[in-house]
Design a binder for this molecule. Structure first.
Ligand code: OAD
Length: 277
């Protein structure tokens, strides 16, 4: 077995087996093996697009006025891998947990892959690229399909390749978003400085406080308030298990999500053994 610390492994397996309620707290690492880059790893988004400029609406709008090509490049790099992504073994194993225990997924991801895998209780604390929101009312006015995102990505690529002018791009994007003065529709995602969506955030906090085990998968835990979820669970007495290639708090299981989550689910509920398979 390649798990670095077999004591952690056995504790994690037993804690899951005995749990009544589990919260899976996921970050970009759970989707890395679906082809979506993380934020803070070497090839992460924020290494190529500094968050001071790209992770808030004000920075993005300011840059759109001076360097629309760079904004298009950023949006294209966010959208196109998500439009093409399929759930990986980690998402599928997390979905399988529902067969054995009451499981809630609290995700920071905007890629909707947990739902696509079949998870039925998913709280998207940073919103979703697939929901379109009316900014003035905060209401969701439309749901995108994957082909909508792929179409937006294709338009952006044509503009980036200089096959389309900025005016032509904006005009074509109107069928998906609205940039008019009175109507402002945009993806229902959380950027830096935004409030987290309600009641989703309160539900996530409550789930964390009520769970027996919090399984954190593929997150640096660097962004608050989302990173309070494991802290709330720990303060309420839950066992914290962390799956990540990089060292983490709690019972750390070193490895990728695609490898470790299915092994953990199998060991906890689908085999008689505690440790090695
Ligand atoms: P990060 O990029 O901060 O962290 C990704 C984590 O995934 C790191 O701990 C990696 O070691 C780990 N990782 C990489 N590949 C993995 C794999 N195959 N399997 C498992 N883990 C792997 O991404 P997040 O923690 O999700 O928010 O970032 C949190 C928030 O920061 C995002 O939701 C986003 C960003 O700014 C906003 O923009 C509001």
């Amino acid at each position: 077995m390649s798990v670095s610390n077999s004591d952690n492994w056995i504790t994690a397996v037993m804690a899951l087996r005995n749990a009544r309620q589990v919260v899976v707290f996921s970050g970009a690492g759970v989707s890395a093996q679906s082809g979506i880059p993380t934020f803070r790893d070497e090839d992460g988004f924020w290494k190529r697009f500094p968050p001071e400029q790209f992770a808030n609406w004000r920075g993005l709008l300011q840059m759109a006025a001076t360097n629309p090509h760079r904004v298009a490049e950023f949006v294209y790099n966010v959208i196109s891998p998500i439009a093409a992504a399929k759930p990986n073994e980690a998402h599928l194993a997390i979905t399988r947990m529902e067969q054995y225990v009451s499981a809630t997924v609290v995700t920071q991801n905007i890629d909707r892959l947990h739902q696509l895998a079949g998870s039925t209780r998913v709280l998207e604390v940073h919103g979703s690229l697939f929901d379109i929101q009316d900014v003035s009312t905060g209401k969701k006015i439309r749901q995108f399909q994957h082909q909508d995102l792929a179409a937006v990505a294709a338009l952006l690529k044509e503009y980036m390749d200089m096959q389309r002018s900025i005016l032509s791009l904006l005009n074509s994007l109107r069928q998906f978003y609205s940039f008019d003065l009175n109507i402002n529709y945009r993806p229902d995602i959380v950027l830096f400085g935004d409030d987290l969506p309600e009641p989703t955030w309160s539900d996530a906090c409550r789930s964390a406080e009520q769970c027996d085990v919090l399984l954190s998968v593929g997150t640096s835990g660097a962004v608050y308030p989302a990173a309070m979820i494991p802290e709330y669970a720990s303060a309420a007495g839950a066992t914290i298990i962390n799956i990540d290639p990089q060292p983490c708090d709690g019972y750390w299981l070193q490895g990728t999500a695609g490898e470790m989550v299915p092994r953990l689910v199998k060991a906890a509920w689908e085999s008689d053994q505690n440790g090695d398979e």
